[in-house]
Design a protein around this ligand. Sequence first.
Ligand code: ZN
Length: 685
Amino acid sequence: MRETNPLLETHELPPFERIEASHVEPAIDELLGRSRSAIADIEGVTAPSWANTAEALEALQDALAQAWSPIGHLHGVADSDALRDAYNACLPKLSEFRTELGQNDRLFAAYETLRSSPEYESLPPARQKAINNTLRDFRLSGIDLPKAEQKRFAEVSKRLSELSAKFSENVLDATQAWSKNVTNEIELAGLPDTALGLARQMAQSKGLDGWLLTLDFPLYLPTQQYCDNRDLREEMYTAYVTRASDKGPNAGEFDNGPVMTEIVNLRQELAALLGFANYAEYSLATKMANTPKEVMDFLEELARRSKPAAEREFAEVCAFARDGHGLDTLAPWDLNYYGEKLRLARYDVSQEALRPYFPATHAIQGMFEVANRLYDVTIEQTSGWQVWHPDVRCFDVYRNVSGGSGRELIARFYLDAYAREHKQGGAWMDDCRARRETPQGTQLPVAYLTCNFTSPIGDADALLTHNEVVTLFHEFGHGIHHMFTRVDVAEVSGINGVAWDAVELPSQFMENWCWESEALAFLSSHHETGEPLPDALLCKMLAAKNFQSGMQTIRQLEFALFDFRLHMETAAVDGSRIQSVLDEIRSTVAVVPAAGENRFQHSFGHIFGGGYAAGYYSYKWAEVLSADAFSRFREEGIFNRQTGERFLEEILEVGGSVDAMDMFVAFRGREPDLESLLRQDGIIE
Ligand code: ZN
């Protein structure tokens, strides 16, 4: 008898309790087969229309997403060897399918016909945007190149993905190649207990006595911040900033130099094949920023405005080290150490001390109350859904119908809040279902909100740090962007199709309410006394929040400018050119002198191993958007219902259906103003 595969059934929500690793590959194979034959049908249509082309393609892609989304999600939150194998086995199949789709001439021709048909003019803007995005993506995959160039494009793309993987491997290997076994605890004086415990555990796992220091961030950072042993700080600093390079303790062994050179040159070639002046221009084809000049002006302006504050902060920490500790010259490995001492001396607010004020259930309810006041929605916990772990909570989201005459279900989400085994670290929001129109009616959006908070002990409620509450709001911000959408074309509904440099707008925006006493009045409640967070404590937290924000901004700008300038190069680069681009940036922007051997670029995974090439600026760009959007609430009241309504309608509901700049201007009445960010970070008054 043929077994049923839950991944091939149609459900409103994924049947998590029935999904087994053994279902994964057969389901994806089956769905890819169905998709290919459906695409053959679409290719065959003689008069392409929205219904027989775009909508048909959306339906088959949605079917695939409905199966793949829970698989990817389980891989992240409830992993097993069998699931990992099944997941990895599907990756190349899906990638092959996407490449096929991106290079399908007949499908491209059908979309072009649709774009120039009389029907196009009569379509709603969201559908027009979906068609245009699809045509753009075809072009960015090299669809309208001559055959020989198309072949070269494919070769370059493939080589680039190999090189990115190689870059990341080198960084990983170089990170793991260095360790230091310390057997005399005096050498580790100053390290907090958590870091000591971790180092002890590392030693034990290798059968060593004492403590094992490694370059993994949870050990590297506390050593730089707290370890009194200056030689040890220097040794680890040097090992860290020379990873995967021609310098330092493992010089030349995992050198990313040649990998980076080849990556940059191939990116130039790829951009040129598609007719772009440089790779930066290619990167911006899918982003909110329009031209490389616009991005460079933005970064340079931000640097110019932040530099005085950064210089002041640097002078402060130098003076603190000199006057308080007799250190005349601050070396790079002293910066975090004295910075942390200065921070503690000024604003001693420990995250642990804040936990009693934030019982999880209360903070989550408080967050829903914020959403209710701003957007007139009601969020209710529900039960009866299939989940992957008993910790998972399920929620229905209702829009209140104006006039108080009732409410309408608009979305659903899962909240998986606590850290546990077999769950990936960090916090993220992911898309389970996209809002779209189907023959059976509107498919509602569904989101996964995943965090890794310290889990509750026994039956008691978990107590969150303030940082954790901020993270919760951040992911919820992504979540409501996905769930509040009114767009019913999957390609551009919710978070889909939103420009990369604008996608963090709603998430960073929502964080603001965690820093407002009017909101904290109901977000916080001492787990024993019920008292809200005292204002005096909040004042300290706010001051600590902006500690050294000028220096942090400058550091981010150094990375962003290096990334962007490097990808504006048009002549072939070699290793020394990459270094000189970085040196040029540093000589104009940096406040803290870099060590001569610093080769941070050799481990800059965002741009060489990940998707941030000519896109690292996005972090600061989106911060400006969110700070400036929030500044309107600052002016009109943080719980002003009308302002909330505008934000909902102009930004959250439109998803990717409106150009990001148009969307921002519609809400703010003007283009983004970077002063809002400088003010938010305390860099200007
Ligand atoms: Zn985010």
